[in-house]
Design a protein around this ligand. Structure first.
Ligand code: ATP
Ligand code: MG
Length: 384
């Protein structure tokens, strides 16, 4: 008898003609995620299993697997020979800690002598005999005893189904650039888009000495937490101080935030071009603050037109975003009280519905290209 972990993939993308590519990428992502834990990823008759692992490391293995995009669920299972007596013996010794249960038999091996329905009834009554308080409930069961009789001569029996992150395998959509602040939203935006198959690099704009070293460290910690899901992040640290000082000195104060955001987009586009990234991702959310109106986003979009800007949180409520931040483990870091560069030189009355021509007029008071070149030259690259 061997302990194995049975993996279930999303169905949709496994049906099209890209199946081979998606499957190969997913398996390689799984192996990468488990690289510190000795085990094997095995395929047998269309199913994938984790085998040959140390039982002491099962919890860590499961924790890592639940964070691999493209996996829908997993079950801890035992592998035994497809022998009627062995299966009955194992099932009759199961310890079921619930009030209701059902047995589901999948007879992939058509040579197995008992039909699934009959075997379900037989195993169910054996369990009932041993556990007097248990009841069968085919619809609202608490425990499902899953018996999977495979063509390879082995049967896999499990009683739990653990949900995984779902989505599409990481990197099947290419790679994008996340604008990562220290706030709650942008790490969640990164998670949401990575879940659709886009792997990530990230850029953070900081304004030392107006923002502290701790604020920078906070962003590194956030990027680190995201790597649980995203595997690896190249983080570009961009010093934004001179740009902000120049805007503050020369442009109408109500345009400060709008112009700043346009600089962020222009720099992001340059990084995308240089490092072959396909899209820009932000944590913007409609209506949350002055810079997040339709008009502000339009003006921001026109700062560069080469790359699409993805805003995966656009229609989310703050409460939804916070719940995801909590689930993915970024919330506790995001709420640490360090300044973001956006709060430096904050005007009293930022413009809520900026017009493009006016913004461009204000912006043209600056030497935009040389400010961007200067910022790009100073970028620090961190591999996380
Ligand atoms: P967040 O919680 O992500 O900081 P927010 O609700 O505070 O978002 P803003 O401060 O207006 O909203 O920022 C909107 C988006 O712009 C952020 O989600 C992020 O993608 C990007 N952004 C803001 N500040 C920075 C920064 N210092 N570095 C990189 N990106 C930033
Ligand atoms: Mg913010």
């Amino acid at each position: 008898m061997n302990n194995v972990i049975l993996l279930r993939f999303g169905e949709l993308y496994l049906k099209g003609k890209n199946r081979g590519y998606f499957e190969k990428t997913l398996i390689s992502n799984i192996k990468h995620s488990l690289k510190t834990l000795p085990c094997m990823v095995e395929k047998s008759n269309g199913r994938y299993f984790i085998t040959h692992y140390d039982e002491m490391q099962e919890i860590q293995l499961i924790d890592k697997l639940t964070k691999v995009f493209g996996l829908v669920s997993l079950s801890r299972a035992v592998e035994i020979p497809s022998d009627i007596d062995e299966i009955i013996n194992y099932v009759s010794n199961l310890n079921i800690n619930s009030k209701t249960f059902r047995v589901s038999v999948n007879r992939a091996d058509k040579n197995f002598p008992i039909k699934s329905n009959d075997f379900e009834k037989q195993l169910g009554s054996i369990i009932l005999k041993k556990n007097k308080d248990l009841k069968v409930d085919l619809k609202n069961f608490e425990t499902e005893v899953m018996v999977d009789i495979r063509e390879n001569g082995n049967t896999y029996i499990s009683t739990d189904k653990i949900s995984c992150a779902g989505g599409m395998p990481l990197s099947t959509a290419g790679k994008g650039l996340l604008l990562l602040s220290g706030g709650i939203d942008s790490p969640v935006a990164g998670y949401m888009i990575a879940r659709r198959g886009l792997s990530l690099s990230a850029v953070h704009f900081y304004s030392f000495p107006y923002t502290s070293e701790q604020a920078k460290q906070k962003v590194i910690t956030l990027a680190n937490k995201l790597t649980d899901y995203v595997g690896h992040i190249t983080l570009y640290m961009c010093k934004f101080t001179h740009i902000q000082e120049e805007i503050h000195k020369h442009c109408a104060p109500e345009y400060m935030i709008t112009i700043m955001r346009r600089f962020m987009m222009k720099i992001a586009a340059k990084l995308c071009k240089q490092y072959n990234l396909k899209a820009i991702i932000t944590g913007e959310n409609l209506g949350q603050v002055a810079s997040q109106t339709v008009e502000s986003m339009t003006v921001t979009n026109f700062a560069q037109t080469e790359f699409p800007i993805f805003r995966p949180l656009i229609g989310f409520d703050k409460q939804d975003i916070t719940s995801i931040a909590e689930k993915i483990g970024t919330l506790e870091t995001s709420i640490l009280p360090y300044e973001d560069c956006c709060t430096v030189f904050l005007p009293k009355n930022p413009i809520i519905k900026p017009k493009l021509d006016k913004v461009v007029y204000e912006e043209n008071k600056l030497n935009i290209d040389s400010l961007i070149d200067e910022a790009l030259k100073q970028i620090e690259i961190l591999e996380i």
